[in-house]
Design a protein around this ligand. Structure first.
Ligand code: CTP
Ligand code: CA
Ligand code: CA
Length: 631
């Protein structure tokens, strides 16, 4: 249910004047007993309180904690020649992630430089080596992943009743609405019952809210950043709303869990607290590090208006550029005069989300992700391409070590986990590749040797080990992945089926054009190409794809938002997309398998899917899609 704007007399004095801006008319909605007592908390709830909590200089903090380095010492994490994390003391020297490690050292000679852990052949665990070499080693983010899991566990344990969505390796959205609601009723017991003389019963507005002391709750974004009397305004009870009370309770809870995490694990985190995910994310970087900032509804207009809209998620790419060009404008405020009708006429129906975002409206939900990972991929972009078949074993052993560690980590949480299949994929860039998969036999103990043996077998079938035979492609990317990871309970039922399946099957990706009824081969080829093309259009700065259109079933397979938006390296996005790709291939493969005439066949001839309906959107994208796909 949408809440109408408040225009009645409950609110007197200065407070009333703040909500007159027509673009931000929902800053002070009427909040009734019905809202407060509703068990069904929707994104339209006027007492929503959402936080985005992000770890400060995360990888750098992980290394600082691991090594016991004083947090005041400038420290960076290096990956080959570049930097992937810079702590706050190092930032004071003007060092940023854009710097090369040697340039950073020039800016700060006492800089502590830690190279990210790497796997080398034969080792079960990644290590920190004196001189890791990209030609032989592979980066491992496992330590950060484990630390990230510890932080997430502390969120879960410290915030019962809150919905928590891990959004990237170092950040999470937290929906405090439910626990805040409980706290409100506990703290203000008079809200628990509708007064007998309430004029509209349960639909009567709540009584005026109590004053709030923001002391110790974080930085409150000012309502009018330029006003001198800001201090006074903040303390003015007339400006306080029940939504502010909700945000202040969320801030209390957030502050406590941040302090607990700092005390237990040593990490500092920064948080933004506001009425929705979009605003929480924007507010989280208001004062970093080790701070939390609160954006009250009344502070939204002046916070958003001066913000360059191209800095907003999804408006950084082609769409943002088109808007900037069309209207010759920069800030969110500049776009406010454009009516919804005009925006939709020019940019399509879906551009209503742009219209709403500019007004601080975002109804997306905080959704906890399933704990179960369905696939895992270890992959390596080869600076020096593999040129001889015999060189494969080295990388397979390196990748096998990573998969072993990750599967065993996951098994600590769910002991029965096992992957249905193992997939080896090789590529030349992103345009040409081959992959081969085989069922992965169930085993109680997973060792790197076991995985490497399965990988070697696939390599042998795909490439062979005969150095006198030329490689089918120049191999610049090797990936080894597990797909169809399930817990034993569901897995066991299928074990028999898997052992009956053909022992391996081949998917080749060839340079053929997509046809209306594509075979698996064509499907894989075209998806890789589509993906790299789309991404260039979507975000000129981005180099790694975030989704692909399956040429076989026509479905668009996108990375989950958390990965797309996460400030993770391109490498991680590429890996994630490759996992998605493999999993999707796997799905088609399973479908093909189920159509196979007889059991035990070695070579699978895939039956083409029935001709698909013509997809109008694909060939002639309209509306907002024009800005997301290549013309
Ligand atoms: N990261 C990365 N590649 C990028 C961006 C980020 O590998 N292109 C990693 C960083 O090493 C970082 C982590 O992802 O530690 C989280 O990224 P982000 O939150 O953007 O940066 P932080 O380093 O945590 O710094 P901040 O305090 O600004 O959040
Ligand atoms: Ca961070
Ligand atoms: Ca982050």
């Amino acid at each position: 249910m949408d809440s109408p704007s408040r225009s009645n007399s409950l609110w007197k004095g200065k407070g009333k004047a703040k909500a007159t801006d027509v673009d931000f008319e929902d800053l002070n909605p009427i909040i009734t007993y019905r809202h407060l007592h509703s068990h069904n908390l929707s994104p339209r709830d006027p007492l929503r309180a959402i936080a985005l909590c992000d770890s400060d200089a995360f990888y750098a903090a992980c290394e600082q904690m691991r090594l016991g380095v004083d947090p005041a010492i400038p420290l960076v994490v290096r990956q080959w020649d570049s930097l992937i994390a810079v702590n706050y003391p190092a930032r004071k020297f003007g060092i940023s992630r854009m710097d090369r490690w040697d340039d950073a050292l020039k800016k700060c000679p006492e800089l502590k430089i830690v190279h990210v852990a790497t796997y080398k052949e034969g080792d079960a665990e990644p290590g920190y080596w004196e001189k890791p070499d990209t030609r032989t080693h592979k980066v491992s983010l496992d330590y950060y992943r484990r630390e990230s899991a510890k932080i997430y566990t502390m969120f879960k344990e410290g915030l019962p009743g809150a919905e928590i969505e891990k959004a990237s390796i170092d950040e999470a959205f937290i929906d405090f609405t439910r626990p805040v609601r409980e706290k409100l009723l506990e703290r203000y017991p008079y809200l628990a019952t509708v007064p007998d003389d309430a004029p509209e019963g349960i639909d009567s507005p709540l009584p005026p809210p109590p004053p709030i002391s923001w002391d110790g709750l974080g930085v409150v974004v000012p309502i009018h950043p330029t006003a001198d009397e800001e201090e006074q305004l903040l303390e003015d009870d007339n400006l306080t709303t029940w939504s502010d009370v909700a945000l202040s309770i969320a801030a209390e809870m957030m502050g406590k869990v941040r302090a607990d995490i700092h005390a237990t694990l040593g990490y500092t985190l920064s948080a933004g607290i506001a009425r929705n995910k979009f605003l929480a994310k924007l507010t989280a970087s208001y004062r970093k590090p080790n701070n939390q900032s609160i954006l009250r509804n009344y502070a939204i207009p002046d916070y958003l208006k001066p913000m360059p809209f191209q800095k907003i998620r999804f408006l950084g790419g082609k769409l943002g550029e088109a808007l900037a060009r069309e209207y010759d404008v920069k800030t969110c405020g500049d776009l406010l005069p454009i009516s919804l009708e005009e925006m939709q006429r020019k940019f399509g129906e879906d551009s209503i989300w742009v219209y709403e975002i500019l007004r601080g409206i975002d109804r997306s939900e905080v959704k906890e992700k399933s704990a179960l990972t369905k696939s895992m991929l270890a992959s390596k972009n080869l600076a020096e391409p593999v040129t001889k078949p015999s060189e494969g074993s080295h990388w397979i052993r390196v990748l096998a070590a990573e998969l072993t560690l990750r599967l065993n980590d996951a098994r600590e949480q769910s002991p029965g986990l096992w992957p249905k299949s193992i997939v080896l994929s090789i590529r030349q860039g992103w345009h040409l590749g081959r992959s081969k998969q085989a069922p992965f036999p169930f085993s109680r103990t997973v060792t790197a040797d076991l995985i490497a043996a399965a990988g070697d077998k696939l390599w042998k079938e795909l490439i062979g080990f005969d150095d006198s035979k030329p490689l089918p492609i120049k191999i610049t990317h090797v990936g080894l992945s597990f797909t169809g990871i399930a817990s034993t309970e569901s897995g066991q039922r299928n074990i028999e089926g898997f052992f009956k399946a053909p022992d391996s099957m081949k998917i080749e990706e060839r340079g053929t054009k997509r046809k209306s009824s594509a075979t698996t081969e064509e499907c894989a080829e075209s998806t890789a190409i589509t993906a790299s093309r789309i991404v260039k259009d979507l975000d000129p700065g981005a180099s790694s794809p975030t989704y692909f259109d399956c040429g076989r079933c026509g479905k668009r397979m996108s990375l989950p938002d958390d990965i797309c938006d996460a400030e993770v390296g391109d490498d991680i996005k590429k890996q994630a997309l490759a996992v998605l790709h493999t999993a999707h291939e796997d799905f088609h493969l399973a479908l093909d398998l189920s159509r196979m005439p007889e059991e035990g066949t070695k070579t699978v001839k895939f039956r083409p899917d029935p001709p698909k309906k013509k997809k109008v959107r694909r060939s002639e994208p309209g509306g907002i899609a024009r800005f997301l796909v290549k013309k």
